[in-house]
Ligand binder design. Structure first.
Ligand code: ATP
Ligand code: MG
Length: 606
């Protein structure tokens, strides 16, 4: 390709919303342009890089025995109603009604469609296992699209789904996918870590997340110094805290008047106490959908908030009072696990809170509560605390967990239901925190989808069972952005050669000089003939501007052809990642470049 004919609109200035390095550089180097919040057009350089990632992913998936298919990005909402994910996915799921009044969704992932394929096509154990994947657009109406393509609304995902007769077979494929992911990220030149992850909206049991540690990541990786444990923030399991000791006997509870003082901060200031000595009481609810009613089709979409959706009484709502320390946050993923996988929602309507707690918002406490109590371990470890009095404008002091409200009994669960914080331990070892970007995740789904969508098979004895499933996702765009987060300096991008838009940039510094232009052109042609992915900067521009662009777009091998060195019979070869260049005789230039390219590639894919 010739630079003079390519659309590579490099710029100095970036829009204000480009907050992080990769986003800024993807704009500055002319890789992409924003179309709307969270959607981008990939220009030639950006798209070439994405295609290279796609090629690596495809190659490794095929090698692992997975088969590529293509599913529609627009899917009927009825399929999603069958699994309840039309509700569980919440507002992130984009929907529309077509001209015939039919409901559709824009696929954020494709379990429903792929499982319905298995439901229609699989009948016998002899057809299992198999693993199918696609590389396709996904749409998620993210609450806050940001960081360029790291959290966009439309993105490209590789999503694979495997179907099995049993857990052993799933475990085998899960391991193969885990290893395949490791190879993919190595080949893309990314330093990654694998952490235990929560299953979230996917459902299922085990899950691992592949994360690129870097400052601008939105994820938090939590690990022990000896590397015996690593998990993401949603998952990280913390040891129960040691029981706090007190010397004095705690006096009986005492009500205090706290007029209009409801927030943790305000109460702390007023009572001269600290958030860690507060017992925060939050009301959650779950709904249980009765399968039989679902099958009878007695439900109808009314609202999109997920709670008032079923008409009549086809669901049950249960309420829970959740207690965490004032300085801790409830981890809803953990709460879901404690409640056996049921979707949970925070009760936030003021009237409902008042009805359930007997007090206005900010004054709930664990007294006279007739529903289930879910108590974080850290509360059970407190010696004494302050909490709401279930009475508007009142709090209670000298509250002793276990004495003044139960820590055991039929309606009480004490569990780990909060996010880990600095100071927490896992298996006695101190937890450390670091930021990262999630680039891929693998899940053991089990039978959640196959049961609901009827993907069953007959075993050797003629017994019918639901398929056991796994699913495996990779964010293609995030790989590109992560590579830039890891590879850059003040002048621009430093690409790993495997996913760079081009492998080599030949710069003709003095394009108006016939000899220079010819030498550059010759090297370019020899490289092309040898199958090297090369860009020739043949623009009629001054050298300084060309060098700036060269460093900005970051092609890993730079061959520079200038008047002075050509006069001596040389050209200069330099790696973008290094500052020193090497003089090479013109006749050797193409061969030396090819050797360099091959050694860089070999390092990533030995
Ligand atoms: P996140 O927690 O970051 O929202 P997720 O866990 O919901 O991601 P998955 O459902 O596991 O995402 O999707 C598989 C992969 O798709 C992720 O590992 C990530 O690389 C990519 N991905 C997910 N959401 C986005 C997004 N909004 N923009 C770009 N890539 C995304
Ligand atoms: Mg994920």
């Amino acid at each position: 390709m010739r630079y003079s004919r390519m659309l590579i609109p490099t710029v100095k200035e970036v829009p204000a919303d480009a907050e992080i390095t990769s986003h800024r550089l993807m704009i500055r180097a002319g890789l992409m342009r924003k179309v709307a919040s969270g959607t981008y057009t990939y220009l030639p350089l950006g798209w070439r890089s994405l295609l290279k990632v796609i090629a690596i992913v495809r190659e490794e998936m095929d090698k692992a025995g997975a088969q590529e298919i293509l599913m529609p990005a627009v899917q009927p909402i009825e399929l999603w109603q069958k699994t309840g994910r039309d509700v569980d996915y919440g507002e992130t799921l984009a929907t529309f009604t077509d001209r015939h009044g039919r409901g559709n969704i824009l696929a954020p992932t494709a379990e429903e469609v792929v499982t319905s394929i298995a439901a229609n096509e699989i009948s016998s154990y002899k057809q299992l296992p198999f693993n199918i994947y696609q590389i396709n657009f996904k749409f998620r109406d993210e609450f806050r699209p940001r960081f360029g393509v790291l959290r966009s609304r439309e993105f490209i995902m590789k999503d694979a789904y495997s179907f099995h007769t049993d857990a052993d077979s799933l475990n085998e494929t899960y391991k193969i996918m885990y290893d395949t992911y490791s190879r993919i990220f190595n080949r893309c030149g990314l330093d990654y870590v694998v952490v235990e992850a929560e299953v979230g909206e996917m459902g299922g049991s085990d899950s691992h997340q592949f994360t690129i540690p870097c400052e601008n990541g939105e994820d938090t990786i939590i690990y022990t110094g000896d590397d015996s444990y690593a998990a993401n923030l949603e998952r990280a399991v913390v040891d129960p805290l040691p029981k706090e000791k007190t010397k004095a006997k705690i006096p009986p509870m005492e009500e205090v008047h706290t007029p209009n003082i409801g927030s943790i901060e305000a109460v702390c200031a007023f009572l001269e106490t600290e958030p860690k000595d507060m017992i925060k009481a939050l009301i959650y609810r779950t709904h249980t959908l009765r399968e039989s009613i679902k099958e009878m089709g007695e439900y109808e979409a009314v609202h999109r908030d997920g709670w008032d959706r079923w008409v009549g009484e086809p669901h049950w709502v249960s309420h829970y009072l959740v207690l965490v320390r004032g300085d801790h946050q409830v981890n809803e993923e953990k709460l879901v696990q404690v409640l056996g996988g049921t979707h949970v929602g925070l009760v936030d309507s003021e009237s409902e809170i008042e009805e359930l707690s007997g007090a206005k918002v900010g004054f709930a406490g664990p007294f006279n509560w007739s529903h289930k109590l879910i108590i974080d371990h850290a509360i059970a470890a407190m010696a004494v605390g302050v909490t709401g009095a279930n009475k508007t404008d009142y709090h209670v002091k000298n509250v002793v967990p276990g004495r003044d409200f139960p820590l055991e009994g039929e309606n009480v669960i004490v569990a780990d239901i909060r996010y880990a914080v600095e100071g927490d331990k896992h298996n006695g070892k101190k937890l450390l925190f670091k930021k990262g970007i999630e680039v891929g995740q693998v899940f053991k789904l089990g039978t959640k989808y196959s049961k609901k969508l009827g993907a069953k098979f007959l075993d050797e004895k003629g017994k019918e069972s639901p398929c056991v499933m796994g699913c495996y996702g990779i964010g293609i765009n995030r790989i590109v952005a992560s590579a830039i987060e890891l590879g850059n300096d003040k002048n621009g991008i430093i690409w790993p050669i495997s996913i760079a838009p081009f492998e080599v940039l030949v710069t003709s510094v003095n394009q108006d000089d016939e000899q220079v232009a010819k030498v550059a052109e010759d090297i370019y042609n020899q490289l092309l003939d040898s199958g090297v992915d090369v860009l020739l900067d043949d623009r009629e521009l001054r050298g300084g501007a060309k060098f700036k662009d060269a460093d900005l777009i970051g092609i890993p091998v730079q061959v520079t052809v200038g008047i002075k060195s050509v006069a001596k019979g040389d050209v200069e070869i330099k790696l973008r990642a290094e500052s020193k260049s090497k003089k090479v005789p013109i006749e050797r230039a193409a061969d030396a470049t090819i050797e360099l390219v091959n050694s860089l590639k070999e390092k990533l894919n030995p």
